[in-house]
Design a protein around this ligand. Sequence first.
Ligand code: WQD
Length: 332
Amino acid sequence: MILVTGGTGYIGSHIAVELLAAGHSVVLLDNLANSVASVVPRIEKITGRAAAFYQGDVRDAALLASIFEQHPIDAVIHCAGLKAVGESVTQPLAYYDTNVHGSIVLCQAMAKAGIKRLIFSSSATVYGVEAIPPYVETMGRGSCTSPYGTSKAMVEQVLEDLCASDPEWSVAILRYFNPIGAHPSGLIGESPQGVPNNLMPYISQVAAGVLPELRVYGNDYPTQDGTCVRDYLHVVDLAVGHRVALKALETPGASHYNLGTGQGVSVKQMIDAFTQATQVPVAFRYAPRRDGDLAAFWASVEKAQQELGWQATKTLDDMMTDTWRWQQHASA
Ligand code: WQD
């Protein structure tokens, strides 16, 4: 049985579907800070199997203890956290409290319950501003441009130190590149609160007429068309990556895996791919660069391929089609 923290969130809900479909029993924990409880019956609708759900905070040690007492949890997939990069600059304490302190409380509760297998939701941002793509797991962590990024790097360090201190722990640190898309059922996806910060929900909201136009932040980068390049991967592929990473928990110690496609795609190519897949135009204009953006990065995917047998299988077209299906549900 697997506990997924942040289990009703964008990524956690897709992981829950993947685990249930593969026959695992699942417990979800979420404080609903950035998701809604109606995701729980939707997960059941997709898979035909129910997950237990607890509304609560990952910093609540008593709640964690009671979950571990009531359910025979074998491993925890820890997705709970705050993730808005810009907001983290203005509210660093909230980010360090939820992301760093929350992870420590979780590990303490796990240790007390004798559960020492953890998958952690990390980010490609930990490679830092100086890293040269493709990012390889053997590179060290670098300096991050936001408290959000630093909080992920700090938790990685905590988990590595924990594994070094106690050989019973096994931790898989998964570094996500840019997850986008939605479940092909159209029942779960990303629901940003307010105006989205991230590219994909922004594109789909412009296409749906919810927002007037996309501002493309910078067209003077040293890339093929001047716009920034990222490694976008389908959230369903990302969820599969978590399921297969459970295998890595059979080996003690901390291990790190990039989850990406290995392909860099520019902002302009994303706009074109969306329109090609959906036949819906996206109004956009070029605007100045956004603070903190890097010109281009993408993943080296060999390690996950060789050690986990995982690779992304969904195409850019799938990402666009599934995003659009979900957006039409959301704005219907
Ligand atoms: C992608 C590209 C923008 C919006 C961040 C975090 C990362 C992860 C995902 C999550 C960039 C451009 C965007 C817009 C634009 N964190 N863009 N107009 O910045 O690569 O990654 O989110 O939880 O850790 O750093 O993703 O989707 O914000 O931007 O031109 O309105 O799209 O400049 O080049 P990013 P993004």
